[in-house]
Design a protein around this ligand. Structure first.
Ligand SMILES: [Fe+2]
Length: 411
């Protein structure tokens, strides 16, 4: 991100902190709580946003080497993604062309050959059917017509995108816009390596999980003993990129910027830089790490969602994290919410997930479960997004537009 942009965002956050004002959306936005429980709407979302929409499945660092692979089954389509022997990112249905079981059952790894566990048909990382076990008994098969079914796949600015339909259109530049891709390129998302992951499976609608990442009004209330120890709260910088956005909020280190010349200000140490890629991605860059949250509905149940959290590290931070002994790792978890003036601690593998457990899973998503119960009661009426919650306005406006639905009332 260019320096002038970093300085202007940090100045706006400092202005808000000094004046005690949060960002102002200009209006309040009302949403009926039924949007979180409506089955017909949930079906529309699943078809529109998941079965027929490009999906960001990870970062380049998920496929670090030739013949690396990744499997997933989050949006109704079993996928195997590979970096083939030429280095190209590919994606296929993780479906054997013999009897349609899964070819690969591990979540990630490296293989030159994928051998189906059922009858040992084998495929290369380019999807070619290489061998059929006992073929003389099986009978003739034209192997060239029985490779894995390929899905559109694009690697851009360190991000991996797949379209869930073999004939789907996948134009990442049109999807994200050039300015957003350039910003990711300038940060160097392709430098980050996969560190660790976790799944959060909870009783809240996928939009409520998204809403968790949409305001800082609650930081010093709900999170006063967790994330609120590090982040000031009640300050927000939002920049929209079509339906996507960048969302930045200050941590305590922002005050150190006041002592430094502006050309030394570094946004990633004074804030978290959050990116929402519509409809279901939340990504946070904090200097040494990127945290990626991919949020998926349960197509059978509007009251359940699954958040797939992955943490990526710079090479150097990853090496430091792997070199930590057990006591250093335990200490890092204990120190998750400890702010030290001027200190830049190297993240640990376990500590990097702690925020997603104690702040997101045990605080935010618990509020979301209560909101879900209220929505399902059918008696909770409207929720209000305040003037100080512009990020929520943007997500819900984009969502309504994408489904061709009218906006709700603003006041
Ligand atoms: Fe929160």
């Amino acid at each position: 991100m260019d320096q002038a942009k970093q300085v202007s965002i940090l100045k706006e956050l400092l202005r808000q902190i000094d004046s005690g004002e949060n960002a102002d959306a200009g209006v309040q936005y009302k949403v009926p709580t039924s949007i979180y429980a409506d089955r017909a709407l949930a079906e529309q979302e699943w078809e529109h946003f998941y079965r027929n929409h490009p999906q960001m499945i990870g970062l380049s660092g998920d496929l670090p080497e030739l013949n690396s692979f990744l499997t997933l089954n989050d949006f109704g389509v079993p996928v195997i993604a590979t970096r083939d022997k030429s280095g190209k990112f590919r994606a296929f249905l993780n479906v054997c062309r013999h009897r349609a079981t899964r070819v690969e059952t591990e979540a990630r790894g490296k293989r030159k050959l994928f051998v189906c566990p059922f009858h040992a048909w084998s495929y290369s990382s380019s999807g070619d059917l290489v061998a059929i076990a006992d073929q003389s008994d099986f009978g003739d098969v034209d192997k060239s017509c029985r490779g894995l079914i390929e899905l559109p796949a694009v690697e851009a600015a360190g991000l991996l995108f797949v379209h869930p339909k073999p004939d789907g259109e996948l134009d990442v530049e049109a999807l994200l816009s050039r300015p957003l891709l350039e910003e990711f390129e300038s940060i160097g998302f392709d430098r980050f390596v996969f560190g660790t992951d976790k799944t959060i499976d909870k009783r809240l609608n996928w939009k409520l999980a998204n809403d968790t990442f949409g305001e800082t009004y609650h930081f010093q209330k709900l999170h006063k003993d967790t994330l609120g120890q590090l982040f000031i709260g009640n300050n927000t910088h939002l920049e929209e990129f079509g339906r996507h956005h960048r969302f930045t909020t200050a941590n305590l280190a922002i005050h150190q910027m006041r002592e430094l010349p502006e050309d030394e200000w570094q946004i990633q140490f004074a804030t978290f830089v959050g990116y929402h890629l519509f409809p279901n991605i939340q990504m946070f860059w904090t200097g040494d790490t990127i945290s990626l949250v991919r949020i998926y509905p349960d197509p059978e149940d509007p009251g359940r969602s699954i958040s797939q959290v992955s943490i990526y590290f710079t090479q150097e931070a990853y090496q430091n994290a792997m070199a930590m002994d057990e006591s250093a790792r335990e200490q890092a978890v204990k120190d998750t919410y400890k702010f030290e003036e001027g200190a830049t601690r190297s993240p640990s593998i376990e500590g990097s997930l702690e925020v997603f457990t104690s702040t997101i899973e045990y605080e935010d998503y618990v509020m979301g479960e209560y909101q879900q119960q209220a929505a399902e009661s059918g008696l909770a009426g409207e929720a209000i997004f305040g003037r100080n919650e512009p990020v929520l306005h943007h997500f819900h406006r984009s969502y309504r537009e994408a489904l061709g639905l009218p906006h709700f009332e603003t006041v």
